[in-house]
Write a protein that binds this ligand. Structure first.
Ligand code: 5RP
Length: 224
Protein backbone atom coordinates (compact mmCIF):
# COMPACT_ATOMS: atom_id res chain seq x y z
CA UNK A 1 0.00 0.00 0.00
CA UNK A 2 1.18 3.53 -0.70
CA UNK A 3 1.38 6.17 2.04
CA UNK A 4 -1.83 7.72 0.71
CA UNK A 5 -3.59 4.33 0.81
CA UNK A 6 -2.49 3.93 4.44
CA UNK A 7 -3.87 7.40 5.22
CA UNK A 8 -7.13 6.49 3.49
CA UNK A 9 -7.40 3.27 5.52
CA UNK A 10 -7.08 5.09 8.87
CA UNK A 11 -9.47 7.81 7.69
CA UNK A 12 -12.07 5.11 6.97
CA UNK A 13 -11.43 3.43 10.33
CA UNK A 14 -11.91 6.76 12.14
CA UNK A 15 -15.57 6.85 11.06
CA UNK A 16 -16.19 4.27 13.82
CA UNK A 17 -15.31 6.99 16.36
CA UNK A 18 -17.90 9.57 15.35
CA UNK A 19 -20.76 9.92 17.81
CA UNK A 20 -24.22 10.00 16.22
CA UNK A 21 -26.12 13.28 16.54
CA UNK A 22 -23.11 15.15 17.94
CA UNK A 23 -20.58 17.73 16.77
CA UNK A 24 -17.15 16.59 15.62
CA UNK A 25 -13.85 18.46 15.62
CA UNK A 26 -11.85 18.07 12.42
CA UNK A 27 -8.12 18.55 11.91
CA UNK A 28 -6.02 19.74 9.00
CA UNK A 29 -3.70 18.05 6.50
CA UNK A 30 -3.72 15.28 3.94
CA UNK A 31 -4.88 12.55 6.37
CA UNK A 32 -7.59 14.83 7.75
CA UNK A 33 -8.65 15.52 4.15
CA UNK A 34 -9.16 11.81 3.54
CA UNK A 35 -11.21 11.73 6.73
CA UNK A 36 -13.37 14.66 5.59
CA UNK A 37 -14.07 12.81 2.34
CA UNK A 38 -15.23 9.77 4.35
CA UNK A 39 -17.25 11.99 6.69
CA UNK A 40 -19.07 13.42 3.69
CA UNK A 41 -20.54 9.96 3.03
CA UNK A 42 -22.11 9.80 6.52
CA UNK A 43 -22.80 13.49 7.11
CA UNK A 44 -26.44 12.77 8.05
CA UNK A 45 -25.12 11.15 11.25
CA UNK A 46 -23.59 14.34 12.73
CA UNK A 47 -24.93 17.76 13.74
CA UNK A 48 -21.99 19.53 12.22
CA UNK A 49 -18.26 20.03 12.51
CA UNK A 50 -15.79 22.51 13.96
CA UNK A 51 -12.85 23.12 11.64
CA UNK A 52 -9.23 23.63 12.69
CA UNK A 53 -8.36 25.75 9.63
CA UNK A 54 -9.88 27.70 6.78
CA UNK A 55 -8.80 24.91 4.39
CA UNK A 56 -10.63 22.29 6.44
CA UNK A 57 -13.72 24.51 6.70
CA UNK A 58 -13.79 24.86 2.90
CA UNK A 59 -13.44 21.11 2.37
CA UNK A 60 -16.16 20.33 4.92
CA UNK A 61 -18.51 22.80 3.22
CA UNK A 62 -17.72 21.31 -0.20
CA UNK A 63 -19.23 18.07 1.16
CA UNK A 64 -22.30 19.89 2.47
CA UNK A 65 -21.23 19.51 6.11
CA UNK A 66 -22.30 22.38 8.42
CA UNK A 67 -19.28 24.20 9.86
CA UNK A 68 -19.96 25.57 13.34
CA UNK A 69 -18.30 28.39 15.28
CA UNK A 70 -16.41 26.97 18.24
CA UNK A 71 -17.84 29.75 20.40
CA UNK A 72 -21.29 28.21 19.94
CA UNK A 73 -20.15 24.70 20.93
CA UNK A 74 -20.12 23.48 24.52
CA UNK A 75 -19.60 19.79 24.05
CA UNK A 76 -17.61 17.83 21.52
CA UNK A 77 -17.13 14.10 22.08
CA UNK A 78 -14.33 13.66 19.58
CA UNK A 79 -11.65 15.49 17.59
CA UNK A 80 -10.00 13.67 14.68
CA UNK A 81 -6.69 14.80 13.18
CA UNK A 82 -3.35 13.64 11.80
CA UNK A 83 0.12 14.14 13.28
CA UNK A 84 3.67 14.67 12.10
CA UNK A 85 5.08 12.42 14.83
CA UNK A 86 3.49 10.40 17.65
CA UNK A 87 5.04 8.39 20.46
CA UNK A 88 3.80 5.24 22.16
CA UNK A 89 2.50 7.44 24.99
CA UNK A 90 0.36 9.59 22.66
CA UNK A 91 2.53 12.73 22.67
CA UNK A 92 2.64 14.38 19.24
CA UNK A 93 4.32 16.96 17.07
CA UNK A 94 1.78 18.73 14.88
CA UNK A 95 1.78 21.84 12.71
CA UNK A 96 3.34 20.67 9.47
CA UNK A 97 0.28 22.25 7.86
CA UNK A 98 0.66 25.45 9.92
CA UNK A 99 -2.70 24.91 11.65
CA UNK A 100 -1.33 24.00 15.10
CA UNK A 101 -2.98 26.80 17.08
CA UNK A 102 -6.53 26.19 15.90
CA UNK A 103 -5.90 22.43 16.09
CA UNK A 104 -4.87 22.76 19.74
CA UNK A 105 -7.85 25.00 20.54
CA UNK A 106 -10.44 22.71 18.94
CA UNK A 107 -8.79 19.60 20.44
CA UNK A 108 -8.92 21.21 23.90
CA UNK A 109 -12.72 21.22 23.77
CA UNK A 110 -13.04 17.58 22.72
CA UNK A 111 -13.32 14.73 25.19
CA UNK A 112 -11.20 12.43 22.99
CA UNK A 113 -8.46 13.08 20.44
CA UNK A 114 -8.35 10.38 17.79
CA UNK A 115 -5.07 10.59 15.89
CA UNK A 116 -5.01 9.13 12.39
CA UNK A 117 -1.60 8.51 10.86
CA UNK A 118 0.34 6.23 8.58
CA UNK A 119 2.84 3.99 10.37
CA UNK A 120 5.84 6.20 9.49
CA UNK A 121 4.65 8.77 12.05
CA UNK A 122 5.29 6.51 15.06
CA UNK A 123 8.62 7.41 16.75
CA UNK A 124 10.50 6.54 19.93
CA UNK A 125 11.43 10.16 20.60
CA UNK A 126 9.89 13.36 19.20
CA UNK A 127 12.09 15.85 17.37
CA UNK A 128 13.22 14.35 14.10
CA UNK A 129 10.37 16.34 12.51
CA UNK A 130 11.13 20.06 13.02
CA UNK A 131 8.93 21.45 15.81
CA UNK A 132 6.57 24.19 14.48
CA UNK A 133 6.13 27.24 16.71
CA UNK A 134 3.57 29.91 15.75
CA UNK A 135 4.70 33.42 16.70
CA UNK A 136 3.54 37.02 16.55
CA UNK A 137 5.34 38.37 13.44
CA UNK A 138 7.11 41.28 15.24
CA UNK A 139 8.62 38.77 17.68
CA UNK A 140 9.99 36.16 15.28
CA UNK A 141 13.64 37.18 15.68
CA UNK A 142 13.63 37.41 19.47
CA UNK A 143 11.67 34.16 19.80
CA UNK A 144 14.08 32.52 17.33
CA UNK A 145 17.04 33.47 19.53
CA UNK A 146 15.33 31.98 22.58
CA UNK A 147 14.53 28.77 20.70
CA UNK A 148 18.19 28.54 19.63
CA UNK A 149 19.20 28.88 23.29
CA UNK A 150 17.09 25.76 23.98
CA UNK A 151 19.37 23.83 21.61
CA UNK A 152 17.34 23.92 18.41
CA UNK A 153 17.99 25.46 15.01
CA UNK A 154 15.07 27.82 14.28
CA UNK A 155 14.08 28.38 10.65
CA UNK A 156 11.34 30.83 9.67
CA UNK A 157 8.90 29.03 7.35
CA UNK A 158 8.88 30.68 3.93
CA UNK A 159 6.22 30.25 1.22
CA UNK A 160 6.61 31.87 -2.22
CA UNK A 161 9.56 33.96 -1.04
CA UNK A 162 7.70 35.45 1.95
CA UNK A 163 7.14 34.32 5.54
CA UNK A 164 4.15 31.99 5.59
CA UNK A 165 1.20 33.71 7.28
CA UNK A 166 -1.15 31.45 9.22
CA UNK A 167 -4.95 31.69 9.43
CA UNK A 168 -4.35 33.71 12.63
CA UNK A 169 -1.91 36.17 11.04
CA UNK A 170 1.10 34.54 12.74
CA UNK A 171 4.42 33.28 11.39
CA UNK A 172 5.79 29.75 11.82
CA UNK A 173 9.29 28.99 13.09
CA UNK A 174 10.34 25.36 12.50
CA UNK A 175 12.83 24.23 15.12
CA UNK A 176 15.24 21.61 13.80
CA UNK A 177 17.57 19.32 15.71
CA UNK A 178 15.62 18.87 18.95
CA UNK A 179 15.64 15.58 20.82
CA UNK A 180 12.56 15.89 22.96
CA UNK A 181 12.95 13.59 25.94
CA UNK A 182 10.35 15.44 28.05
CA UNK A 183 7.63 16.76 25.70
CA UNK A 184 5.38 18.13 28.47
CA UNK A 185 8.21 20.21 29.97
CA UNK A 186 9.30 21.55 26.57
CA UNK A 187 5.71 22.35 25.56
CA UNK A 188 5.33 24.45 28.72
CA UNK A 189 8.74 26.09 28.38
CA UNK A 190 8.19 27.21 24.77
CA UNK A 191 4.67 28.42 25.49
CA UNK A 192 6.16 30.68 28.18
CA UNK A 193 8.34 32.57 25.70
CA UNK A 194 6.79 36.00 25.12
CA UNK A 195 5.72 36.29 21.48
CA UNK A 196 4.87 32.60 21.08
CA UNK A 197 1.25 31.93 20.13
CA UNK A 198 1.44 28.13 20.38
CA UNK A 199 3.93 25.36 19.81
CA UNK A 200 3.27 22.12 18.00
CA UNK A 201 3.87 19.81 20.95
CA UNK A 202 0.63 18.11 21.89
CA UNK A 203 1.88 16.41 25.03
CA UNK A 204 0.06 17.96 27.98
CA UNK A 205 -3.12 16.98 26.13
CA UNK A 206 -2.02 14.25 23.72
CA UNK A 207 -3.96 11.67 21.74
CA UNK A 208 -6.50 9.40 23.43
CA UNK A 209 -6.27 6.85 20.62
CA UNK A 210 -4.11 6.51 17.53
CA UNK A 211 -5.22 4.62 14.43
CA UNK A 212 -1.97 3.72 12.73
CA UNK A 213 -1.92 2.58 9.10
CA UNK A 214 0.23 -0.55 8.65
CA UNK A 215 0.75 -2.73 5.59
CA UNK A 216 -1.19 -5.51 7.33
CA UNK A 217 -4.06 -3.33 8.57
CA UNK A 218 -4.95 -0.59 11.00
CA UNK A 219 -3.31 -0.84 14.41
CA UNK A 220 -5.11 0.84 17.32
CA UNK A 221 -2.99 2.33 20.09
CA UNK A 222 -4.91 3.46 23.19
CA UNK A 223 -3.44 5.88 25.68
CA UNK A 224 -4.63 6.20 29.28
C1 5RP B 1 -1.37 20.31 10.27
C2 5RP B 1 -1.02 19.10 11.05
C3 5RP B 1 -1.18 17.77 10.37
O1 5RP B 1 -2.01 16.99 11.15
C4 5RP B 1 0.16 17.13 10.24
O2 5RP B 1 1.03 18.03 9.56
C5 5RP B 1 0.07 15.81 9.48
O3 5RP B 1 -0.26 16.07 8.15
P1 5RP B 1 -0.52 14.94 7.08
O4 5RP B 1 -1.78 14.26 7.48
O5 5RP B 1 -0.63 15.70 5.78
O6 5RP B 1 0.66 14.01 7.10
O7 5RP B 1 -0.63 19.15 12.18
O8 5RP B 1 -1.04 21.50 10.95
Amino acid sequence: MTQDELKQAVARAAIDYIVDGEIIGVGTGSTANFFIDELGKVKHRIRGAVASSEATAARLRSHGIAVLDLNDVQDMPVYIDGADEITRTGAMIKGGGAALTREKIVASVARRFVCIADGSKLVDMLGQFPLPVEVIPMAHAVVGRKLAALGGKPVLRIRDGQPLVTDNGGYIIDVHGLQIADPVALEDEINNIVGVITNGLFARHGASVCLLGRQDGVETLSFG
